[in-house]
Design a protein around this ligand. Structure first.
Ligand code: AMP
Length: 214
């Protein structure tokens, strides 16, 4: 199964991707995680991406397209995956469509996660991420058992730089301008499934799987 998770920052894409990974045994491909990993390593890609991430801006399309082409259609073909954070612009969505056509491949569904903006702001500012395994916590709804420590791998939990309030507001503005038009694009293509993401992670997950099975 090949899926795209679409939605504003903080709507729960990462959390749902992790649950779907377990359910369907397919990997999550998070472009945000790949970029943060590259920044941590100080690689070429990391150096190019760093200033965009710290401001909450999008990394240029040509960089993202090179990265995704290699991941999805490189030497090791992937049987299925959940794309989390890609595409984020119409240019990316159209280029992805071309890549699928060139490879005689098809996308199964685009899940559009939706929630109220106030809820999103609250979720993002209380989000903490494991530096090691990337598990996502929330200080209000899903705190770790021991403060600051990941339940799964004992890694250190941290607040992403771009989860600080000034950057969050910019990321939401960038989403509305550049990514929201993808909802209409995929609706017109007939593969969009709208998901109310205001419930608990398990409730939203249950709704997603029932929609996918339909
Ligand atoms: P995320 O973890 O998905 O919220 O992504 C964090 C940041 O990585 C975004 O705010 C962008 O700066 C960058 N990013 C991730 N995916 C993309 C993409 N598809 N296009 C451009 N920038 C991206």
């Amino acid at each position: 199964m090949k899926l795209i998770l679409l939605g504003p920052p903080g709507v729960g894409k990462g959390t749902q991707a992790q649950l779907l990974t377990k359910e369907y045994k397919i990997p999550q491909i998070s472009t945000g995680d790949i970029l943060r990993g590259a920044i941590q390593k100080g690689s070429d890609l990391g150096q190019k991406a760093n200033s965009y991430l710290s401001k909450g801006e999008l990394v240029p399309d040509d960089i993202m397209l090179g990265l995704i082409r290699e991941k999805l259609f490189g030497d090791v073909p992937l049987g299925g995956y959940i794309l989390d954070g890609f595409p984020r612009t119409l240019v990316q969505a159209k280029a992805l469509k071309t890549m699928f056509q060139e490879n005689n491949d098809t996308l199964d569904a685009v899940l559009s996660l939706e929630a109220d903006e106030k809820l999103i702001l609250k979720r993002l500012s209380s989000r903490r991420t494991c530096r090691n395994c990337k598990a996502v916590y929330n200080l209000i709804t899903k705190p770790p058992v021991v403060s600051g420590i990941c339940d799964t791998c004992s890694g250190e939990l941290y607040q992403r730089n771009d989860d600080k309030i000034g950057t969050i507001q910019n990321r939401i503005a960038v989403y509305k301008k550049q990514t929201e038009p993808l909802i209409d694009y995929y609706r017109a293509a007939g593969i969009l499934i709208a998901i109310d993401s205001s419930g608990s992670p398990q409730e939203v997950h249950g709704f997603i799987t029932s929609q996918l099975e339909d």
